[in-house]
Design a protein around this ligand. Structure first.
Ligand code: AMP
Length: 464
């Protein structure tokens, strides 16, 4: 399957070629034709599956077909609602990349920064608006945003909206959208509240389900280091002596620990920065840019801040602290091994975290190999200390996907993404017209990022 088979227009194909995409990911192959036909979509997929392009590409194509029909004051015709600023920025970057030859305009609005440049962009007119819910409602109340021309609505990461307490804001936005529209609904998990919301806003949707959980895990070389809490810092600095770790995303459970280890790393001469909810939007964005451009080697992040972080070619994820929700482990290590690349995930486990590790191993269906040869091993006594299983905190355990993590067989398409589609119901007539009529048959060859199957990864090659 190539992008040419999806009847995409030449300006988009050209942009995809520049991005180095050679073949669509499963969710793109399934979703793009459905969206181009004007159908509603229920996509069960998480970040890392290529879902952004799965909605951005057909939106660009459909809006391109009707471009110029609404005069110079471009009203907003597509709205993408996403939970975090980082995701909003990344979605904006995707629209920039895929839409650069279309002439369509988009802007991104999110809270925590001055609204001035955002309202200026809105005044100039945009075809596509990417927004987080709070700032969107704010600018709607101030009458900078009008949604009555919206034809396409994307709700991204619906389950995360729920986790972060945004679901009522989302519902408020939905009440302001025209009833006659095309809706694309994405969620990694489908807890009952989310599935009810999906039912209430989708019209005879096509379901597309991509479950990369186990496959992501398969491609990543995982290991665990038993180490006391107090030795974790020294172990991290020791591991980072390995030049093979070009860049690493280090996860902590709390902002406090993120700040503390960032300071320690800087003291040890390792270029590092932290991102978490207490950092200003600018500080977060700068840290992310410095990490992406390799100005810094280590980015230390909490789970919420890291949600949706998309860094090409990230080689290593280090769990300085294990997450107390096993699915979070899968989300974290999925930051590496993106777009068909393999990666390395190393986890530190202290006595209190052994219960977390047990839950994680149960979810992913494998025993994570233990690295015993390192300079800070836990003593036998510490290893066997009896401890109370720590209580799970505020995260809700998703009810939907946990069983899927055990299946590790590649799907029949030969790639590592288990996916299936289920068509239901008739056509939805509310979308903009066709638009997919002018796909030239061009052939692109090699050189780009491939989405094909990966060789199983070998053990990690660090020496101690
Ligand atoms: P997403 O799930 O949208 O966050 O995408 C995850 C990553 O996959 C991003 O870095 C995209 O640039 C990349 N990506 C998306 N589609 C493709 C594709 N067809 N081929 C290669 N990489 C892709």
């Amino acid at each position: 399957m190539s992008f040419e088979n999806l009847n995409l227009i030449e300006p988009i194909l050209r942009a995809l070629k520049t991005e180095g995409y050679t073949e669509p990911t499963p969710i793109q192959a399934e979703a793009i034709p459905v969206v181009l036909k004007g159908r509603d979509l229920l996509g069960c997929a998480q970040t890392g599956t290529g879902k952004t392009a799965a909605f951005a590409i057909p939106i660009l194509q459909l809006l391109n077909a009707t471009q110029g029909q609404d005069g110079p004051n471009k009203p907003i015709k597509a709205l993408i609602l996403t939970p975090t600023r980082e995701l909003a920025v990344q979605i904006g970057e995707s629209f920039t990349a895929y839409g650069k030859h279309t002439g369509l305009r988009h802007t991104v609005i999110y809270g925590g920064v001055s609204q001035f440049s955002q309202t200026e962009a809105l005044k100039r007119g945009v075809d596509i608006l990417i927004a987080t819910p709070g700032r969107l409602l704010d600018l709607m109340n101030q009458r900078f945003v009008h949604l009555h021309h919206v034809k396409m609505f994307v709700l991204d990461e619906a389950d995360r909206m729920l986790d972060m307490g945004f679901i009522n804001d989302v519902k408020k936005v939905i009440t302001k959208l025209p009833a006659k529209r095309q809706t694309l609904f994405f969620s990694a998990t489908m807890p009952p509240v989310i599935s009810k919301l999906a039912d209430s806003i989708l019209f005879e949707p096509v379901n597309v389900e991509v479950t990369p959980v186990s496959s992501t895990v398969d491609k990543i070389t995982q290991s665990v280091y038993y180490v006391t809490k107090s030795d974790k810092k020294s172990l991290l600095i020791h591991l980072l002596k390995d030049k093979a770790i070009e860049s690493a995303l280090v996860f902590t459970r709390t902002k406090h620990v993120a700040d503390r280890i960032t300071k320690e790393l800087l003291k040890a001469g390792v270029k590092a920065a932290a991102i978490h909810g207490n950092k200003s939007q600018n500080a977060r964005q700068n840290a992310l840019t410095d990490f992406k451009t390799k100005k810094i080697r280590v980015l230390v992040a909490t789970d919420i801040a890291a949600r949706g972080i998309d860094v090409d070619n990230l080689s290593h994820v280090i769990n300085y602290e294990l997450p107390n929700v096993p699915e979070t482990y899968v989300h974290r290590i999925g930051r590496t091994g993106r777009a068909g690349l393999s990666g390395v995930a190393m986890s530190f486990c202290d006595g209190e975290e052994k219960a977390y590790l047990k839950d994680i191993q149960k979810l992913i269906g494998i025993q994570v190999p233990v690295i015993e040869e390192h300079p800070y091993p836990m003593s036998h006594a510490e290893m066997n200390t009896k401890f109370e299983a720590p209580k799970k905190e505020f995260h809700k355990k998703p009810s939907h996907h946990s069983g899927q993590s055990k299946s590790s067989a590649p799907n029949k398409a030969g790639n590592h993404w288990a996916n299936k589609t289920k068509k239901t119901g008739g056509g939805n007539t509310s979308s903009p017209a066709g638009g997919n009529t002018s796909a030239p048959k061009k052939h692109h060859s090699g050189g780009g990022k491939s989405w094909g199957p990966k060789k199983p990864s070998g053990g990690n090659n660090f020496s101690y």
